[in-house]
Ligand binder design. Structure first.
Ligand SMILES: NC(=O)c1ccc[n+]([C@@H]2O[C@H](COP(=O)([O-])OP(=O)(O)OC[C@H]3O[C@@H](n4cnc5c(N)ncnc54)[C@H](OP(=O)(O)O)[C@@H]3O)[C@@H](O)[C@H]2O)c1
Length: 291
């Protein structure tokens, strides 16, 4: 019986492992297993005493030994957009066959109500989880602040935050906040979390105009928010080398932001982690210090 984290070599997965080993409710490394597709990439996790289970979402046969009866599992959604329903379905089937005690899944804020392209695979996955009958916890993650702060270079280079998000607000939180929440539901009393859907987002929602103003204040540079039509944004993104299918997804996300789809604040995240979420200003500060 272990706490098992898939996608453990990804950015969120590493933070979840870290939260499990060193966070508020730390557990011994011997009780933690990481499902990874690349053993070499996970060498540091093995060094910390975490058991490695090698499996690929695309190869269901490799998932047969990924889980054991009684495991509490975090399925971190995959990164290959368009393939994820089949991939997640394979993980759910393997978890069901093993008889895991809890399957937590990182979905998207709003769950069935989320009305943007990127949410479709999360909605379909939630349906598979419900149909499986597995004891589950849905972690409907809002936006990572890092989605924005990891892209400060072009903002500083052009003195502009370019988007088609209007005055829409984003209740983002740091990846580490979402990781701490995942660790809390994997280590806390299972009965508190089973059958629950948490809408996880930051305590404060901000607009891109406010984001631009905060970057300007912290850097002493002039940074404007340039709210452009969707078609213009698409042209700018593809012109900058973003592949068209991904650019379309980004433009669609901004459309959803404009409609308030990522502004939902329930307080679930702060409650699960037992502290306020990380303010966007703090994430900007960290990103500027690291650049
Ligand atoms: N809420 C948000 O703002 C937001 C933003 C971006 C993404 N997401 C979602 O949240 C997930 C976690 O975010 P992240 O920042 O940690 O992303 P990430 O760094 O790209 O991590 C994705 C993880 O999924 C693993 N993975 C992908 N395909 C796999 C496969 N076929 N078999 C096994 N493992 C596979 C990757 O393995 P490798 O390490 O081997 O590549 C990696 O560990 C993303 O995958 C995406 O679904 C959410």
């Amino acid at each position: 019986m272990s706490i098992v984290v898939t996608g453990a070599t990804g950015e969120l997965g590493r933070l979840v492992i870290d939260a499990l080993l060193t966070g508020e409710s730390a557990v011994p490394a011997s009780s933690v297993a990481a499902v990874v597709r690349d053993k070499e990439k996970a060498a540091d996790l093995a060094e910390r005493g975490v058991e490695l289970r090698i499996a690929d979402y695309n190869r269901p046969e490799t998932l047969a030994d990924a889980f054991e009866a009684g495991d509490r599992v975090l399925l971190i959604s995959g990164s290959e957009v368009g393939r994820r329903v089949a991939q997640h379905g394979a993980v759910i089937d393997a978890a069901k066959a093993a008889g895991v005690a809890q399957l937590a899944y990182t979905g998207v804020l709003g769950g069935p109500e989320a009305d943007f392209t990127l949410a479709d695979e999360h909605k379909a996955t939630e349906e598979l989880i419900l149909a499986s009958g597995l004891p589950h916890t849905l972690l409907r993650n809002g936006w990572y602040s890092e989605n924005y702060t990891a892209n400060l270079a072009p903002v500083l280079a052009h003195g502009a935050v370019v988007a088609n998000a209007g005055e829409g607000r984003i209740a983002s939180a740091s990846r580490a906040d979402y990781a701490a929440a995942a660790a809390a539901v994997l280590t806390g009393p299972a009965e508190e979390h089973l059958g629950r859907a948490y809408e996880l987002s930051g305590d404060t929602a901000w607009s891109l105009a406010e984001y631009a103003a905060e970057v300007a204040a912290q850097t002493g540079r002039e940074i404007a928010y340039s709210d452009v039509p969707a078609a213009t944004h698409l042209e700018i993104l593809t012109g900058a080398g973003v592949p068209a299918p991904f650019a379309e997804i980004l433009v669609d996300v901004d459309r959803a932001v404009a409609l308030g789809a990522l502004a939902l604040r329930t307080g679930d995240l702060a409650r699960l982690i037992g502290r306020p979420t990380t303010p966007i200003a703090e994430s900007i500060k960290e990103a500027l210090a690291a650049s």
